[in-house]
Design a protein around this ligand. Sequence first.
Ligand SMILES: *[C@@H]1O[C@H](CO)[C@@H](O)[C@H](O)[C@H]1NC(C)=O
Ligand SMILES: *[C@@H]1O[C@H](CO)[C@@H](O)[C@H](O)[C@H]1NC(C)=O
Length: 337
Amino acid sequence: MRSVVALVCLLLRTSECFLFLSSGKALESYNVDPQKISVSGISSGAAMATQIHVIFSREIMGVGLVAGVPFACAGSVGSFVSCMSAPGLVSVAALEATTTAGAAVGNIDATSNIANDKVYIYNGKLDTTVNPAIGSKIEEFYRHFIPNSNNIKTVFNISSVHAHITDNYGGPCDQPHEENYLNNCNYSAAFDLLNHIYGGNLQKPSATTQQNGQLMAFSQSDFFYVSTPGMYSMDDTGYIYVPSGCVNKRTACKLHVAFHGCKMYHKRIGDAYIRHGGYNEVGELNNIIILYPQTVTSATNPNGCWDWWGYTGALFATQSGFQPTALRRMIHKAAGI
Ligand SMILES: *[C@@H]1O[C@H](CO)[C@@H](O)[C@H](O)[C@H]1NC(C)=O
Ligand SMILES: *[C@@H]1O[C@H](CO)[C@@H](O)[C@H](O)[C@H]1NC(C)=O
């Protein structure tokens, strides 16, 4: 079976084939400019994106949050519920103090590394899962660390529900779409955030832009500590989109990590996010490799969320957290650093 598919793949060269052939393989290293590594995500994935950004700010130069929450919001300072539903109870000053204190003891990189970074924040007007006013809290948090206001872009004016927002795929913009949490709002959050992060001159995909690169599976378990593979609530398999311009490794490419949201892990929604989230086309036109780490459900994480409240342990939002350590090793491997 596999060899027949392999033969057909050689003839067709479609990304479905690459996906089939690559499952279980080790993640390769690519030619990546280490100054051009960024992250983004939706919902709990946005929470993980800001965690990875703030924790490893020496290495991450930009972040995009779609329907997210501020860094460390549900840690010692805030509660899970207020971070999502009660912006009035979220003290940004306390979050800033926690962040500064974390940097002082070396749990996270020095916050001076955030100062020149690019930040994109999206919250939909009809979001009933994360109160859209939380977006202003994220903005306030980042303004504390980033003096140049042009580095922070906010999009708060689209009437979308809680979802990752695309311009060509998913349910109607204003209605919950629990099938995969991708909603079509005639607006590509992936393009806008990548364009903001990478300087504003990216080529924008059209309706006919193809994903001509390679969408591949790889072994995520290579990045877990051998003794505690069950502690991560991460899938054995992750995914990566390598644009045609980055396959031969001759051009220095950018690397972007896109984190799915709760109930959006691959075992539940299949390829929807990794193929239709809008990232790959932007990557294809602009030589940005897109890495898609994946969660799985576990007893303490029944919805397959990224850990932003401590289900993997108290160190979840530090450099020693299970998910941050695995994700950093994964990023280093992909970037060859
Ligand atoms: C949202 O604001 C941007 C920037 O001001 C504007 O270009 C866009 O048309 C607005 N979108 C909606 C749906 O109001
Ligand atoms: C989507 O937006 C484009 C401009 O960005 C506009 O030309 C088009 O009519 C819009 N389509 C819908 C369905 O709103």
